[in-house]
Ligand binder design. Structure first.
Ligand SMILES: *[C@@H]1O[C@H](CO)[C@@H](O)[C@H](O)[C@H]1NC(C)=O
Ligand SMILES: *[C@@H]1O[C@H](CO)[C@@H](O)[C@H](O)[C@H]1NC(C)=O
Ligand SMILES: *[C@@H]1O[C@H](CO)[C@@H](O)[C@H](O)[C@H]1NC(C)=O
Length: 398
């Protein structure tokens, strides 16, 4: 009885005392004893931008919800502020997923830049300092998803995102993307001629991320580094042995750095080359199984050829809403998971609804009863703290 009333007090002192990480203790100060390990016997549940089907994407709340719901990995996109701070944000512009339009003080920051061969106009993250970015709030991207959290959560930094994973009550991996590296390196300059990729790897190393796939170090702090830019993955290959995933876009879009077509980068010759640098590929799912009139067509042989090159396949993106479910699946997201996991044999799935994928996997291929409970957590005091932190964070102006 007496002890419960100290929990909020302790939490509030953490909130007040730690400006850089407003509501989490530093990872080094958190002691979890032996944490539930990453499951490695079934395909990875990769929480795309956190639980962004429910909460505004790439916010602390979205990542904490994904962890509660059973994510193996929390996924993010790394971009940069004007002053070189790495942030978790998907678009190079702030227009679609923040309240920038309400900030009249920034009205004159609108710019037009060429990004991947297209002139885009908007408010670019690279024209705002981290302090300015922190004054904005994130909105839900899609009008057909829950709008009640709009304007409540700030943009978070790469370091804050890492601390969320490291502070989880079980081992949760991270899956950060080197996003738009060509554009970022054009627009942001770091001291000593460092590149975006250098800062990205430095940040991972600072927090102890190292080791090849399935090594002891990796299992302690799992990470997949992802990028659509093959030259970035090759560039960092002599800086870190952490596993890397080469993302593959729609068949019509050339790579941003080498201008190669889909056909070139999925040829056996190219897979032979890239397999020395990456652990796997992350293709758009419609490029693996083409779609016509919202029906799946005959699958390509991409999964089989990747596996023949000892490459994993982690397709994106799985979404519950009817508008994203091909008619073959009878508007049932579990049927889609069944198809991709059992028929296509993929090794990981990027999902907007981590809870749904987790439920499907628990029903069909459960974790052993010894090391899990219904929410994937350990029910410890630290898990309780995280739940309270989530509640409090909704009312804090950070
Ligand atoms: C973008 O705009 C600039 C300035 O108007 C122009 O020189 C350039 O060719 C444009 N680029 C593309 C890809 O349209
Ligand atoms: C790593 O490779 C990059 C690009 O290939 C090169 O510029 C850099 O000097 C290399 N670094 C080391 C430590 O070998
Ligand atoms: C990229 O490749 C396409 C098709 O081969 C070509 O038309 C285009 O000019 C190339 N763009 C650049 C920037 O090299």
């Amino acid at each position: 009885m007496t002890c419960t009333c100290f929990v909020p007090l302790l939490l509030l002192s953490l909130v007040a005392g730690c400006a850089a990480r407003p509501f989490y203790p530093l990872p080094s100060k958190t002691s979890h004893g032996s944490r539930q390990p990453l499951q490695t016997f079934r395909p990875y549940n990769i929480a795309h931008r956190g639980s962004n089907g429910e909460l505004p994407e790439e916010t602390a709340a979205a990542y904490m919800r994904a962890i509660e719901e059973g994510a193996d990995f929390i996924e993010t996109d790394i971009l940069s502020s004007k002053d070189g701070v790495l942030i978790c944000f998907h678009d190079v512009t702030l227009d679609d997923t923040t309240d920038i339009a309400k900030h009249k003080e920034f009205a004159n920051r609108i710019r037009t830049y060429e990004v991947q061969g297209v002139n885009s106009t908007g408010f670019f993250t690279v024209d705002f300092t981290i302090k300015e970015l922190k004054s904005l709030r994130v909105n839900q991207r899609y009008s057909f998803r829950d709008q009640q959290y709009n304007g409540k959560f700030p943009i978070i930094t790469f370091e804050e995102y890492i601390s969320i994973a490291l502070d989880a009550s079980r081992i949760v991996g991270i899956y950060p993307e080197i996003k738009n590296p060509v554009f970022i390196n054009q627009r942001v300059k770091w001291p000593d001629g460092k590149r975006f990729e250098d800062k990205f790897v430095e940040t991972l190393k600072k927090y102890g991320y190292k080791g090849s796939y399935m090594s002891k170090d990796w299992l302690k702090q799992p990470v997949f580094i992802q990028s659509f830019a093959p030259t970035s993955l090759v560039y960092i290959s002599n800086q870190t042995d952490s596993p890397k995933i080469f993302l593959i876009d729609d068949i019509t879009i050339p790579t941003q750095d080498t201008n190669q077509s889909y056909w070139e980068i999925t040829s056996d010759g190219y897979l032979d080359y890239i397999k020395d640098y990456v652990e796997g590929i992350g293709p758009w799912k419609d490029t693996v199984v083409p779609v016509m009139n919202n029906y799946l067509q005959t699958p390509t042989d991409l999964v089989a050829r990747a596996h023949a090159h000892n490459l994993q396949v982690h397709p994106y993106t799985y979404r519950n809403e009817n508008k994203y479910l091909h008619y073959n699946f009878n508007q049932d997201p579990y049927e889609e998971y069944e198809y991709w996991i059992n028929k296509m044999g993929v090794d990981g799935l990027f999902t907007d609804f981590t809870g749904s994928l987790h439920n499907y996997q628990e029903w069909t291929s459960p974790l052993s009863p010894d090391d899990h409970d219904d929410d994937g957590g350990d029910g410890s005091a630290s898990e309780l703290l995280h739940k309270i932190a989530l509640l409090v964070s909704k009312y804090k102006n950070l």
